[in-house]
Design a protein around this ligand. Sequence first.
Ligand SMILES: Cc1cc2nc3c(=O)[nH]c(=O)nc-3n(C[C@H](O)[C@H](O)[C@H](O)COP(=O)(O)OP(=O)(O)OC[C@H]3O[C@@H](n4cnc5c(N)ncnc54)[C@H](O)[C@@H]3O)c2cc1C
Length: 413
Amino acid sequence: MPCIGHPADRKAVKAKTPEHVVVVGASAAGLSAAEALRRGGYENKLTLIGAEPHLPYDRPPLSKQFLSGEWDQDKVMLRPPAHLADLDVMTRLGTPAVGLNTADRKVALATGDEVAYDHLVVATGVTPRMLPGTPKVRGVHTLRTLEDAQTLQTELESGTRVIVIGAGFLGTEIAAVAANAGVQVTLLSNASAPLAGALGPELGAEVAALHESHGVTIRTRQAAGCVITSDGSKVTGVALKNGEKLQAAVVVVAIGSAPAVRWLDNSGLEIGDGIECAPDSLAAPGIHAAGDVARWRNRLFNLRMRVEHRTNAVDQGIHVAEQILAGTRADYAPVPYFWSDQYDLKLQSYGWLRNHDEVLLTEGSIAEGKFVALFRRDNRVTGVVAARSVKALRRWRELIINKASWSDALDAL
Ligand SMILES: Cc1cc2nc3c(=O)[nH]c(=O)nc-3n(C[C@H](O)[C@H](O)[C@H](O)COP(=O)(O)OP(=O)(O)OC[C@H]3O[C@@H](n4cnc5c(N)ncnc54)[C@H](O)[C@@H]3O)c2cc1C
């Protein structure tokens, strides 16, 4: 979709300090925007609206240290309890926004209240996708919230049979924690190997070997078309498309997420795969989006992207706060970064891995626990994934920023 001509492009933001900034979504991106506004000298009214009853907490540990029992709830909270009050942020937690009237600049809440804003930040993230026809019974899980993690954790007992449907980063992390806890894990992948969609088939095969060495059973090309079975009150397993029936006491569905935008129906905002924004994250006059829910053209890659990474939520929150304060229209053009923990392996990545044309393993291997892999799209280096190779990561990040050609990158090896 061309970015020129986006409704948000046509009208310049007025360089006037807002009287009331409202942030919807009280998690990484929303908190980051609120904090950056205060840091930047914004002294007027600031309201943070959140659907969940909790103060902002961190999601990455939910599939890692929290799920394994290593961390407790206090440790996943993003800030101490008094922090938002200290920042003079008015909070409306446990209060989902249910509608947006852009003409009157009002957010409607589930309580029936309306909150008027003169600048709005939308940071409502994503919600997990569920397999169609999934029975509403005990033992079926998704993992997005603290409560999801708490319930799943209680069911991951040693010896239990668990099926994880979906072998992306979330599914593989859950499989790793469960396998470490002595659970009998079957991981259903839709591709030729776990993480093959993100990392390519060769690295995917190495990820498969890593999981198998920890006792995980991997069934490739089996996630699509599978059906969760139950006895009416609890889950009994998964029926594969080929007719095979796998038994399990716990089934985790990790097949991706959808942007939390239902509350914006009829708002007039452009909604596609997320809130469609201009290259500076402006969604409409007086409205920015940040974090997992936002989709914008990242001019560094000249691609429209929506990034479900923790650091992006923080960085985009800061960016929109800066734009609101300055009244400017600066592009948001980051090099996305994420990490993933699988057993003792910490994968780290810079760039954009999706729709790559080639993955080149330049050193090491997953089995060695240390490696570097470069990603090419057309004739550019667009991404790097590595483990225990911080220097190489930094170096390739620079090349991505400098839009290095693939041939230049190969010369630099
Ligand atoms: C289990 C798990 C593990 C992860 N691990 C990693 C990792 O290792 N590395 C990494 O880079 N990223 C990881 N991520 C992704 C990272 O956590 C997200 O990118 C980040 O949380 C996005 O922050 P956000 O604020 O944009 O959205 P969210 O964290 O989804 O927050 C959105 C908030 O908005 C609220 N909300 C939704 N609708 C409404 C509404 N109508 N009204 C009011 N509030 C609303 C939601 O309840 C939620 O609290 C992980 C995510 C999960 C779930």
